[in-house]
Design a protein around this ligand. Structure first.
Ligand SMILES: NC(=O)c1ccc[n+]([C@@H]2O[C@H](COP(=O)([O-])OP(=O)(O)OC[C@H]3O[C@@H](n4cnc5c(N)ncnc54)[C@H](O)[C@@H]3O)[C@@H](O)[C@H]2O)c1
Length: 125
């Protein structure tokens, strides 16, 4: 599972994984201003590629996705990385972006660790 898979780095990774490995790849992306499905067009018709539109700040959506798709690994690339996009006082931007990204990582890692714990207990959620 690749979060932010419709972004610059994520889409390059997804194209690489589909094109050069046998892995199945699930992209979870909210398609914000930075998300671009056109960058995933080369793999869009591949049977090993799937896409879920969801926001990683939404714990229920993340948990549902993990429960349904049972990923072996998560590459977390969803981020708010384009400083110039926002009309904010630049001094405060790093603080806001950093806390936003950390909340996302927390939400994602909580859902994934719950999934791993359930797996160890012999069930997946
Ligand atoms: N671009 C670079 O050169 C570069 C270099 C080194 C590290 N990185 C890091 O790689 C990561 C990705 O960078 P990028 O350039 O691909 O970013 P990007 O802005 O191009 O893509 C971010 C993706 O995350 C998605 N996204 C944003 N918020 C989301 C949310 N709440 N839920 C789900 N999806 C969401 C967007 O829709 C977009 O597809 C960042 O952590 C960045 O710091 C980037």
């Amino acid at each position: 599972m690749v979060t932010g898979g419709a972004g610059f780095i994520g889409s390059a990774l997804v194209r690489k994984l589909i094109g050069h490995t046998n892995h199945c790849v699930l992209v979870l992306d909210a398609l914000t201003y930075a998300g671009n499905l056109a960058s995933l067009a080369p793999v869009a018709l591949d049977s090993r590629y799937s896409f879920v539109k969801a926001d990683i700040r939404d714990p229920a959506a993340v948990q549902d996705t993990i429960r349904n798709w049972k990923p072996d690994a998560i590459v977390h690339l969803a981020a708010e990385s384009h400083v110039a996009h926002r009309r904010v006082i630049l001094f405060f931007w790093p603080i806001r972006a950093s806390s936003w990204n950390q909340i996302c990582i927390l939400s994602l890692s909580t859902a994934f660790s719950r999934a791993i714990a359930s797996r160890r207990a012999g069930k997946f959620f």
